[in-house]
Design a protein around this ligand. Structure first.
Ligand code: TYD
Length: 231
């Protein structure tokens, strides 16, 4: 593992939320703003990001063999991808003076594997591993919050060709994932009020409003993290 040079001042900004929350659109707009020189950022995603992470991504999301693997094996694969992404991509970018914008991070593992996949007995293990992989990194989560009902309506409008396996899972699965996010971020919010300069904070953004309104809030958070204010 690369030695971490502390303190890191810029944060990792993960975008999190249930399928259909609008993450992709928001991240695309941030990419445009970053390309236009508004802030320096490295864009990454999970699973994926690093060379090894991307290989794990195809194993997890495209290779049917992994569908049969146990929840524990799949959990390890998501975590291995994260460890590589943090080590090879995020840490380097932060040290080069870039914000790291990540399409998903560990809240997804908590919500999808532990709650969606009904493996809540792995919670203690999840938090221990999380501490190993992410401790020392400033993280400002952006939780794009929508209810499973609104998300289902949005997903139903997607063209058949762009629907993935998640769109075929029952609403109960998405409901559990939603509850997992609520639990993860609720706990993080409670913890962050207990210390003066929390390393990990969460910004909850109501993602049921218009795309422009959501983006305005997101951009404001990112620019504040970058150290400037929106005009
Ligand atoms: P992706 O095509 O990026 O979906 P989305 O646009 O909804 O983010 O695929 C990522 C999938 O991986 C998504 O279904 C959520 C899932 N996932 C987990 O189950 N656990 C995790 O830890 C992460 C990071 C993602």
């Amino acid at each position: 593992m690369t030695q971490l040079t502390l303190p890191l001042t810029l944060p990792i900004i993960p975008f999190e939320g249930i399928d259909g929350c609008g993450k992709t659109t928001v991240i695309k707009r941030l990419q445009d703003d970053s390309n236009n020189g508004l802030f320096k950022a490295c864009f990454t995603r999970e699973p994926g990001g690093s060379v090894v992470g991307e290989k794990i991504r195809s194993l997890l999301l495209q290779d049917l063999d992994t569908e049969d693997e146990s929840p524990l094996t799949r959990l390890f694969l998501f975590m291995a991808s994260r460890s590589s992404n943090i080590d090879k991509v995020a840490q380097r970018a932060l040290q080069e003076g870039k914000i790291v914008i990540s399409d998903r991070l560990d809240a997804s593992t908590y919500a999808f594997q532990l709650w969606g996949g009904e493996c809540r007995e792995l919670e203690k293990f999840f938090y221990q591993s999380r501490n190993v992989i992410l401790s020392g990194f400033p993280i400002q989560y952006i939780y794009l919050r929508i209810t499973p009902e609104v998300a289902a309506l949005r997903r139903a409008k997607r063209p058949e060709s762009t629907q993935n396996f998640l769109d075929k899972l029952p609403i109960e699965f998405h409901q559990r994932v939603f509850e997992g996010y609520e639990e993860f971020f609720g706990r993080l919010q409670r913890q962050s009020t207990l210390v003066e300069n929390p390393l990990h904070v969460v910004h909850v953004v109501d993602a049921s409003v218009s795309e422009d309104e959501v983006y305005k809030q997101v951009k404001d958070i990112v620019l504040r993290a970058w150290g400037s204010q929106t005009p």
